[in-house]
Design a protein around this ligand. Structure first.
Ligand SMILES: CC(C)(COP(=O)(O)OP(=O)(O)OC[C@H]1O[C@@H](n2cnc3c(N)ncnc32)[C@H](O)[C@@H]1OP(=O)(O)O)[C@@H](O)C(=O)NCCC(=O)NCCS
Length: 445
């Protein structure tokens, strides 16, 4: 694994590796990250544009799609908003795209235990790995059911590909509906996720067909925009975030090669460095309950209104996405002991990784910062309490992107920068220029 991008100004004397790693098949992310670090976003983008032009058609598929193109990145005259207008739903192609002859489409009913297990197994064995193939995401079945069934979801957007002869599931892609606000406009979108092609079927241009098919099915619901993230650079990110990692179980992280002992550090000093209090410190800090939904929705809507791109959550969305679900999502509120008002909120979701080829450990338990709103409690203290409960729940590491106001607490709470970057994209929606990560209020799973 490339251990990279250690920020020497960080208080954390440890380098962390990337748990949200890149597909093996594409551009080397560590190099892309180094460019962005050294020269700033604009220079790095300019270089990417030049590279793209120099090599000619670098993105045979994406260049045909209504997405911001690298060649247009500096053209400030292009209008913000949809790139292509909608067409009548009746004019949308009614039949699925053609697959190679040996394969067929299937709609995956994630409620069905057998189908859910097939999807789980496909992803567990073939989904995202880090550069050095040491870790692979291991989304649980409960997580997949949660991620794929938000309010108003469409079964038809959970798309699989099977081998006709054996019915083996070999590829997957999903969309779920969301309302996402871009500046002052709320746009109905699909959040597209879980694109996966079996390792044995890579580089056969199956991914473009899957992306076109999910797009077609989204269009059939009269929805014309989408949001998605990827570890690879495609035309054209609306912003690029970095993952930061806070060790909770440093010994294990070092043993499995996720992080390494800092210079001049011993294991016992490292363990001491990351030690956390046994109990949370904020009075009134407790698990979120159903009765908190209205207050959390108000807090969240108010907080997210300051970002350029953010979800437009209503109470149904908050109930689905933020009410605690065992081993999937954890949420906490601060209820004032005096007034009983809910003043603050924090949350994280649970996304373990399989540890590949390690004799002693098979899994890494990772918590991912989700949505946090600090109104009364300082954000630093709120997040420190989130770390404490994650540690109580036996997570090995707490990950966070540098979006929203996360920069405020990352270094202070001993997160170290990873070598993983996460690029955010919008489909069929142009922004005048790229955003800073701190202007983004959207976390995709
Ligand atoms: C991502 C994955 C499905 C791509 O499939 P593949 O067999 O490697 O690539 P294909 O030959 O089918 O298609 C290549 C096209 O897909 C695009 N592509 C690759 N990864 C992509 C991604 N994550 N999102 C969108 N497009 C992607 C490529 O850019 C290329 O299009 P281009 O020529 O316009 O650049 C496959 O590598 C995989 O399953 N990887 C592990 C899981 C993973 O990384 N999923 C994506 C999570 S964001």
């Amino acid at each position: 694994m490339v251990l990279g991008e250690h920020d020497s100004s960080s208080p954390v004397e440890e380098q962390t590796a990337n748990p949200d790693p890149q597909p093996v098949s594409d551009a080397p992310p560590a190099r892309a990250a180094a460019a962005a670090e050294g020269d700033g976003e604009v220079e790095s983008l300019a270089r990417r544009i030049q590279e793209a032009l120099a090599v000619g058609s670098r993105h045979r598929f994406w260049e045909t799609q209504p997405v911001g193109q690298f060649k247009d990145a500096r053209d400030g005259s292009l209008p913000e908003g949809p790139i292509e207008p909608p067409i009548p739903v009746s004019a949308v192609k009614q039949e699925p795209y053609n697959l190679p002859a040996l394969y067929e489409w299937t709609t995956c009913d994630i409620d069905d235990d057998q189908t859910c297990a097939e999807v789980y197994n496909l992803l567990t064995n073939n989904y995202v790995e880090d550069d050095e193939n040491m870790f692979r995401f291991n989304y649980s079945k409960e997580f997949l059911r949660w991620a794929l069934r938000p309010p108003g979801y469409f079964k038809a957007w959970h798309i699989g590909v099977r081998v006709k002869a054996t019915k083996k599931l070999v590829a997957f892609i999903t969309g779920v509906p969301a309302r996402i606000r871009v500046r002052d406009e709320v746009v109905r979108m699909a959040e597209v996720n879980f694109l996966c092609v079996h390792k044995k079927l890579r580089s056969k241009r199956l991914a473009p067909v899957m992306i076109k098919e999910v797009t077609r099915r989204v269009h059939l619901e009269n929805i014309w925009q989408a949001a998605y993230t990827a570890g690879v650079v495609l035309p054209t990110p609306i912003t690029t975030c970095r993952y930061w990692h806070r060790s909770l179980n440093p010994k294990k992280l070092i043993d499995v090669g996720f992080s390494r002992l800092g210079a001049r550090m011993t294991m016992s000093r490292t363990i001491r460095l990351y030690k956390l209090p046994e109990a949370t410190v904020t009075p009134g800090f407790r698990k979120m309950e159903l009765r908190d939904v209205a207050a959390v929705t108000r807090l969240l809507r108010d907080y997210l209104s300051q970002f350029v791109v953010a979800p437009d959550f209503d109470e149904n969305d908050v109930e689905h996405w933020l009410l605690p679900l065992e081993n999937v999502v954890d949420s906490f509120v601060v209820e004032s002991p005096e007034t009983h008002e809910v003043t603050d909120f924090c949350s994280f979701y649970s996304l373990p990784s399989s540890i590949l080829n390690n004799p002693n450990y098979s899994g890494l338990k990772a918590a991912y910062s989700y949505y946090n709103v600090a109104m009364r409690t300082p954000l630093l203290q709120l997040m420190n309490d989130a770390l404490i409960v994650a540690k109580q729940k036996d997570y090995d590491v707490f990950n966070a992107l540098d979006l929203m106001h996360n920069e405020v607490f990352l270094k202070e709470l001993k997160f170290g920068p990873g070598d993983g970057q996460l690029h955010y994209y919008l489909y069929n929606y142009r922004l005048r220029s790229a955003l800073q990560p701190s202007e983004l209020g959207l976390v995709l799973l």
